[in-house]
Design a protein around this ligand. Structure first.
Ligand SMILES: Cc1cc2nc3c(=O)[nH]c(=O)nc-3n(C[C@H](O)[C@H](O)[C@H](O)COP(=O)(O)OP(=O)(O)OC[C@H]3O[C@@H](n4cnc5c(N)ncnc54)[C@H](O)[C@@H]3O)c2cc1C
Length: 380
């Protein structure tokens, strides 16, 4: 395994860092405070090519490798972009567009991927339901075959970008008796009669990312919008795990780097008892705690990206370890980072409390820590 990045990859990372600091970060605090999606930043991410980095150029992308996508995600977090915007980017790119690109037929690819990859359209993916989270195979949303297509009925819960998406990849039961093999994927366009958004959920974290409940009532989906073979929905949803555990986790690494740099600066500048607080062993230990977890987490994420670039099958055990490690082990160090800033650490304008709050998504979204432990123990 060789984790030495190429000069091109490193150069791109520093370009993304510079771009994000200048073009995105100045609006983060306002949108985070108001829990609003930043359409202006979205447009800029699209112009910079960050909404379709790994897709081939003929489909509106830049043909980048997975490691480059990971480094770009890290750079966004490192610049101070909030994990709400990077979650929206991840759900759009990896859970929606990539699923259409990977499993769609040529007509579907041509129709949806370029507009999504360029950021002209926003994408989302709906798997979770009010009654089906960890146990996704128990989902109730029904796809009933009718003349010329399918009728969707049911609800989807916690859908990132749900209320702002132009295109949704929706998983539903096409065969209620079929278990995992009874789930199919469908491409649903905004404005399709019978498809509506009932609400956005207000959250403690990733507040700039819209998290919505979707409703389908006798929603007719033409046969042309069945995604992949009938009954392949569960397999398609599970394949996104490789992205979940690499490019989608990368901004959390960047967020830790961002916080660590803030801690070092603050500790050198803040004077108490006549010296910078950096002189106190308790403060040094807090900074070291952030660094230790960050350095341990990085190779876990890089390894999954590297496997994907090499075309090697990803180890589900290693992927679960990466997800669990970042979700669980970042909590203590990020709390330390917040405490290091004293009262200011609890204030919005210092950003540290935001990174702490946003980090709470990692042990929940895309499979909770309990589920990762279950996977790990099953595969051992
Ligand atoms: C901000 C946000 C964005 C999201 N975006 C999307 C999205 O874009 N698309 C999408 O489809 N979903 C999305 N989700 C849903 C997310 O993947 C689920 O919330 C997650 O999988 C957990 O499901 P649940 O919330 O229903 O919890 P549940 O599955 O009900 O779990 C409740 C508790 O029980 C525990 N538990 C459950 N089963 C077991 C078990 N067998 N052993 C031990 N403990 C167990 C869990 O760990 C948890 O602590 C998002 C969620 C959030 C919060």
């Amino acid at each position: 395994m060789d984790f030495a990045f190429t000069a091109e990859q490193l150069q791109f990372k520093s370009q993304v860092l510079k771009f994000a600091k200048k073009e995105i970060v100045p609006r983060v605090r306002e949108h985070e405070l108001n829990s609003t999606f930043d359409f202006e930043s979205w447009r800029k991410l699209g112009e910079f090519g960050l909404l379709g980095l790994h897709f081939p150029e003929e489909y509106g992308g830049s043909g980048a490798d997975v490691i480059t996508s990971v480094l770009a995600g890290e750079a966004l977090g490192e610049a101070g972009v909030d994990a709400g915007l990077t979650l929206s980017l991840g759900a759009h790119t990896y859970l929606c567009t990539d699923t259409i690109f990977t499993h769609g037929n040529e007509e579907q690819r041509r129709k949806y991927v370029p507009k999504l990859a360029r950021g002209e359209w926003i994408g989302c993916m709906g798997l979770t339901e009010p009654g089906a989270g960890s146990d996704v195979a128990s989902l109730k949303c029904r796809a009933e075959r009718v003349d010329g297509g399918w009728l969707l009925n049911g609800n989807k819960m916690f859908i990132t970008n749900g209320s702002i998406a132009d295109v949704a990849v929706i998983y539903a039961k096409s065969d209620p008796e079929g278990g995992h093999a009874g789930i199919s994927g469908f491409i649903v366009e905004k404005g399709t009669p019978g498809f509506s958004v009932s609400r956005n959920l207000h959250k403690i974290c990733v507040r700039t990312s819209m998290t919505s409940e979707l409703v389908f009532e006798d929603c007719f989906i033409p046969e042309a919008n069945l995604l992949g073979p009938e009954g392949a929905g569960f397999m398609m949803a599970m394949q996104t795990v490789e992205w979940d555990r690499s490019a989608l986790l990368a901004p959390f690494l960047g967020g830790m780097q961002f916080v660590m740099e803030k801690c070092v600066r603050y500790a050198q500048e803040r004077v108490q008892f006549g010296k910078p607080i950096a002189a106190f062993p308790a403060i040094k230990q807090k900074i070291a705690n952030v660094k230790i977890v960050l350095e341990a987490a990085r190779p876990l994420v890089y390894r999954i990206a590297w496997c994907k670039d090499q075309g090697r099958p990803m180890s589900h055990l290693e992927a679960a370890v990466a997800k669990l490690f970042i979700g669980e082990w970042s909590l203590g160090p990020l709390n330390d980072a917040m405490m290091l800033h004293g009262g200011y650490g609890l204030c919005h304008e210092y950003d540290v409390e935001r990174v702490f709050r946003d980090s709470r998504l990692a042990p929940v979204g895309g499979g909770t820590s309990d589920i990762q432990k279950m996977i790990i123990s099953k595969l051992m």
